[in-house]
Design a protein around this ligand. Structure first.
Ligand code: SF4
Ligand code: SF4
Ligand code: FES
Length: 260
C-alpha cells in the first residue's frame, strides 16, 4: 500500500477550485477506486459518475492529468511513483458539480440524425447482407458514448462550433448508417451542411482517446468526407447524376468492390 496525492476539481457551474487529497492506494487499483476511497474517507459530497467499472458504460469520463480518460480504466500503476494525479471534469461540457458534467448537448445531436430506414425484405422474408458490409459497420457500434472524443475535438472544445459540427461520435453514427447495407436514406447533404463534415481537419485527436479503439477518423469521418466530395465537387459524377439519375444512396463495400 502507498500514499498518493490527488488534486480534484471541486465546484459547480458558478466556479470552483482544485482541492488536494491524500489517499492510500492498494495494488491493482484504478483511479475510480481511489476517488471512491477519497469520497468515503475525506469528501463524502464529492460528485462523480460511474456505473460499470468495466469500461463499458461510458459514465466515468473525466480529464486525468489533462487527458480525457475513463477513470475506471486508468490504472494507478500507469503514473510515476511520486506523480500527483489531477482529476477535473470534461472541459467541453458545462459542469454540474465536481467531476460531473452536463453532456445533454450530445443527445440533442443524436436526435438530429435521421434514423435507420431499411429496404423492404426480400421475397423469402429475409434481409441478405454481405458479411464484409456487416463487419464494416460493426466497428462503429462498439461506441459506449463516453464522449471523450467529443471532449477532445478542437472544433467543439476550442472553437466552440457546437452549433455547426456534430462531432466525431456522431460522425461515426452517421457512418454506421450511411455504410449500412440495408439503409435507404441519403444523409450526405446534411453531413455536408448541417452536421459540418468540412470543419473536421482530420487531426485524429478523437481516434487517439477512444477507449474502444474505433477508427473514428480513418474508417468513419474520411469516408464520409469522400462521399461529400464525390457528390458535390466531382464534376463527372455530377453530370452522370443529372443525365442518368444515378442513385444517391452511399454504396456498400460490396458494391464498391464490384465496380473497382
Ligand atoms: S479528426 Fe476531426 S473530429 Fe476528430 S478531433 Fe480532429 S477535427 Fe475533431
Ligand atoms: S467514439 Fe469512442 S471516444 Fe467517442 S463516444 Fe464512442 S467510445 Fe467514446
Ligand atoms: S464506470 Fe463504466 S466506463 Fe467507467
Amino acid at each position: 500500500m502507498s500514499k498518493r496525492t490527488f488534486r480534484i476539481w471541486r465546484g459547480s457551474k458558478d466556479g470552483g477550485e482544485f482541492k488536494t487529497y491524500t489517499a492510500k492506494v492498494d495494488p491493482g487499483m484504478v483511479v475510480l477506486d481511489v476517488l471512491h476511497r477519497i469520497q468515503a474517507d475525506e469528501a463524502n459530497d464529492l460528485a462523480l459518475r460511474w456505473n460499470c467499472k468495466a469500461g463499458k458504460c461510458g459514465s466515468c469520463s473525466m480529464e486525468i492529468n489533462g487527458k480525457p480518460k475513463l477513470s475506471c480504466m486508468t490504472r494507478m500503476n500507469s503514473f510515476g511513483p511520486d506523480e500527483t494525479i489531477t482529476c477535473q471534469p470534461l472541459k467541453t461540457f458545462p459542469v454540474i458539480k465536481d467531476l460531473v458534467t452536463d453532456v445533454s448537448w450530445n443527445y440533442e445531436q443524436n436526435k438530429r440524425i435521421r434514423p435507420f430506414k431499411p429496404r423492404p425484405r426480400e421475397q423469402d422474408g429475409t434481409h441478405r447482407m454481405y458479411q464484409e458490409d456487416v463487419d464494416r459497420v460493426q466497428e462503429f457500434r462498439k461506441c459506449i458514448e463516453c464522449y471523450l472524443c467529443q471532449d477532445v475535438c478542437h472544433v467543439i472544445r476550442d472553437r466552440d462550433q457546437k452549433g455547426a459540427f456534430v462531432g466525431p461520435r456522431f460522425m461515426i453514427r452517421l457512418a454506421s448508417l450511411e455504410m449500412h447495407p440495408l439503409d435507404t436514406e441519403d444523409r450526405i447533404p446534411e453531413i455536408r451542411k448541417e452536421y459540418g463534415s468540412g470543419l473536421c481537419n482530420i487531426t485524429r485527436c478523437c481516434t487517439e482517446v477512444c477507449p474502444e479503439h474505433i477508427g473514428i477518423t480513418d474508417n468513419g469521418i474520411i469516408p464520409l468526407k469522400e462521399r461529400v466530395v464525390d457528390r458535390y465537387y466531382d464534376p463527372i459524377a455530377a453530370i452522370g447524376r443529372r443525365l442518368f439519375g444515378i442513385r444517391r444512396r452511399t454504396k456498400t463495400h460490396a458494391e464498391e468492390k464490384k465496380e473497382a
